[in-house]
Design a protein around this ligand. Structure first.
Ligand code: UD1
Ligand code: CA
Length: 492
C-alpha cells in the first residue's frame, strides 16, 4: 500500500454553500456526529497522502480551527477572491511544496460518505492506467445539479459540462462527475493556469481541466463508482438528512456485524465513532453519540440518549439521558435517570428512577435508587442513598461538595447541605436536614420530636368519614400509638 501513497490530497471546503440557507458553514454541518469536512478529512487521511491540504475561505475563522482540531497535520490553504473549484485547487497547490510531483487527489468537503477504500481504488486505477486525469463518475437516477460527463464517439471522456452551462442534449446525459479526481501534479498545475471564468457562474471550474488535458492529448479516464451514496454531495438540508440516514444505516449495520443486537435499526442512531460490544441489546429509540463506548452483554434503551458515555460490560441503561458519564460493569441505570457530566457509577452500582446526578462519583455497589438529586458528591462503596434525598450543593453563591463514606445510609427525604461529610458506616435518619458532619458510625438526626394530640379528629373533624373510621378503629387499642420513636425510615 505504501507505493500507492499519493503525493497529496486536496479537500475543497471554501465554498459558500448558499443552497443550505444556513448561518452555519456548509462543511461544518454534521452527520453521524462528525462534520461534513471531518468525514472528508478522515477519508483523505485514510489513503496516507504525503500532504493533506484543506482549502478554506467562506467562514474561514470557523472552518480552519475546526479542521486543525480534527487533524493538526492538515495544511490549511486559503482561497482568494477568485471563485470556483479550479481556483480552490490552485490555492491548495500553492500551499504545498512547489516541486510536488506524482498523484494529486482532489475531493470535496461536502461528500461525506466517500470512504478511504474508494479513494484508494481511484488512485490504483489512475496509476495503473497511467492517466493524467482520472475522475470518479457515477450514474445516479437523477443527474440534476451535477456536471455531466461528455464522451466522444469512441467513448473517451472529452469534457465535463456543468448543469448551468449544459445544452438540452447534454442535460439528458446520465453519467455525472462526482467531484473526486486523481491528477498528475504537473498537468494539473499547467492546465489550471489556462482555465478561465467564461461560464454561467463566472467561476474558475476545476472541471475544465478535463477538456484541457484532452486537448493536449493526455489520457483522461472515468472511474465508475457503483455505490451512489459515496459520491453524493450535500447541497441542501434535504440531502443532509438523506445522507445522515444512510450513514446511520451503515453504522448500525456495521455494529450488528460486529456482534451488537439492534432490535430496531430504524430508530437506533449511532454516531460514526461509537463502539458496541457483543450481545449488547440496543432497544428502540436509542441514540448513542460522540465517543461513547458500550461494553458487551449490556442492555441499552429503549428511549435512551447517551453522549460520550462509557458503559461497562453487563450494565443496563434504560430510558436514560446521559452525557460524559461512566457506568461501571454490571451497574444499572434508569428508568428515567439523568446523568450529567462527571457522573461515574461504580461496578454493580445503581442509579434509579427520577435521579439526577452531576459530578458525582458513586462507588462500587452503592445505590441511589429513587427521586434524588446528587450533585458534586463522592459516595463510598456500598452506601445507600434513600428516596428523595437532595444534595444541596449550591448556596446561591458557591458550589460545595458532599462526601458519603462507604456503607453509609442516608434516610429518605433528607437534605444534605454541602460542604458536608457523612462518615463511613454512618446513618442519617429520614427527613433530616444535615447541616453538620456525621462521623463514622454515628446516627445524624435533625427531626423535630413528634407530638400526637389525643381526640383531635373527634373535636375538629366531627362527623367526617375520618372521624367515623377513627371511632371504629379505636375499638382496637393497638391503633392508639402513644409516641413515635426514632427510625431510620429508609427505602429499598
Ligand atoms: C461540483 C462540480 C460538478 C460535480 C459536483 C459533484 C465544478 C465546477 N463542478 O459542482 O461537476 O458534479 O461538484 O458534487 O467543480 N468549493 C471551494 N471553492 C469554491 C467553490 C467550491 O472550495 O470557490 C468547494 C465547496 O466548498 C465544496 C466543493 O468545492 O466542498 C464543491 O462545490 P459546489 O459549489 O458544491 O460544487 P457543485 O456545484 O456541486
Ligand atoms: Ca456540491
Amino acid at each position: 500500500m505504501s507505493d500507492l501513497r499519493p503525493a497529496a490530497v486536496i479537500v475543497l471546503a471554501a465554498g459558500e454553500g448558499t443552497r443550505m440557507k444556513s448561518s452555519i458553514p456548509k462543511v461544518l454541518h454534521t452527520i453521524g456526529g462528525r462534520s461534513l469536512v471531518g468525514h472528508a478529512v478522515r477519508a483523505a487521511r485514510g489513503v496516507q497522502p504525503q500532504h493533506l491540504a484543506v482549502v478554506v475561505r467562506h467562514e474561514r475563522d470557523q472552518v480552519a480551527p475546526h479542521v486543525l482540531g480534527l487533524d493538526a497535520a492538515v495544511v490549511i490553504a486559503d482561497q482568494d477572491a477568485v471563485k470556483g473549484t479550479g481556483r480552490a485547487v490552485e490555492c491548495g497547490l500553492e500551499a504545498l511544496p512547489a516541486d510536488l510531483a506524482g498523484t494529486v487527489v482532489v475531493t470535496m468537503g461536502d461528500t461525506p460518505l466517500l470512504t478511504a477504500e474508494t479513494l484508494l481504488g481511484l488512485v490504483r486505477a489512475h496509476e495503473d492506467a497511467g492517466g493524467a486525469v482520472t475522475l470518479v463518475a457515477s450514474t445516479p437516477p437523477d443527474p440534476t445539479g451535477y456536471g455531466r460527463v461528455v464522451r466522444d464517439a469512441e467513448g473517451g471522456v472529452q469534457a465535463i459540462v456543468e448543469q448551468k452551462d449544459a445544452s438540452p442534449e447534454q442535460l439528458a446525459l446520465r453519467e455525472v462527475n462526482s467531484g473526486i479526481y486523481a491528477f498528475e501534479a504537473a498537468l494539473l498545475r499547467e492546465a489550471l493556469a489556462e482555465v478561465g471564468t467564461d461560464n454561467a457562474q463566472g467561476e474558475k471550474y476545476l472541471t475544465d481541466v478535463v477538456a484541457i488535458a484532452r486537448g493536449r492529448g493526455r489520457p483522461v479516464h472515468a472511474h465508475l463508482v457503483a455505490d451512489l451514496w459515496q459520491t453524493e454531495g450535500v447541497n441542501d438540508k434535504v440531502q443532509l438528512a438523506r445522507l445522515g440516514a444512510e450513514l446511520n444505516r451503515r453504522t448500525v449495520e456495521a455494529a450488528m456485524r460486529a456482534g451488537a443486537i439492534v432490535v430496531d435499526p430504524a430508530t437506533t442512531w449511532l454516531d460514526a465513532d461509537v463502539t458496541i460490544g457483543r450481545d449488547t441489546v440496543v432497544h428502540p429509540g436509542t441514540q448513542i453519540h460522540g465517543a461513547s463506548t458500550i461494553g458487551s452483554d449490556c442492555v441499552i434503551g429503549p428511549d435512551t440518549t447517551l453522549t460520550d458515555v462509557e458503559v461497562g460490560d453487563g450494565a443496563s441503561v434504560v430510558r436514560t439521558q446521559a452525557e460524559l458519564a461512566v457506568v461501571g460493569p454490571g451497574a444499572t441505570v434508569g428508568p428515567f435517570s439523568f446523568l450529567r457530566p462527571g457522573t461515574r457509577l461504580g461496578a454493580g452500582g445503581k442509579i434509579g428512577g427520577f435521579v439526577e446526578t452531576k459530578n458525582a462519583v458513586i462507588g462500587d455497589g452503592a445505590k441511589v435508587p429513587h427521586l434524588t438529586y446528587c450533585g458534586d458528591a463522592m459516595i463510598g462503596a456500598g452506601a445507600n442513598i434513600g428516596a428523595g434525598t437532595i444534595f444541596a450543593n449550591y448556596d446561591g453563591v458557591t458550589k460545595g461538595r458532599t462526601e458519603v463514606g462507604a456503607h453509609a445510609f442516608v434516610g429518605s427525604n433528607s437534605v444534605v447541605v454541602a460542604p458536608r461529610t457523612i462518615g463511613a458506616g454512618a446513618y442519617v435518619a429520614a427527613g433530616s436536614a444535615v447541616v453538620s458532619d456525621v462521623a463514622p458510625g454515628q446516627l445524624g438526626v435533625t427531626r423535630a420530636q413528634q407530638r400526637n394530640v389525643d381526640g383531635w379528629v373527634a373535636r375538629r373533624r366531627a362527623g367526617t368519614a375520618s372521624d367515623t373510621a377513627a371511632r371504629e378503629a379505636s375499638a382496637d387499642p393497638a391503633a392508639v400509638d402513644p409516641q413515635s420513636t426514632d427510625t431510620e425510615g429508609g427505602t429499598r
